[in-house]
Design a protein around this ligand. Structure first.
Ligand SMILES: [Zn+2]
Length: 63
């Protein structure tokens, strides 16, 4: 489970599958934990806010 959270408007998107090939379920390293779910949260800007930000701060640094 991945969550994308917009810092600006608070919009939350749940993503069931990994974006790209990164997976965090490889932690079966002898700790004894049987991991059945990993949740990763990405903070950033949703498309609408990113577009709005781009429009108003066209040449400033990225997040
Ligand atoms: Zn947003």
């Amino acid at each position: 489970m991945y969550q994308l959270i917009c810092r600006r408007c608070g919009r939350i998107e749940d993503v069931d599958r990994a974006v790209g090939e990164t997976t965090c379920l490889g932690a079966d390293d002898g700790s004894g934990f049987r991991i059945d779910e990993a949740e990763v949260t990405y903070w950033g800007l949703c498309p609408a806010c990113a577009a709005d930000r781009d429009a108003s701060h066209r040449s400033t640094a990225q997040l």
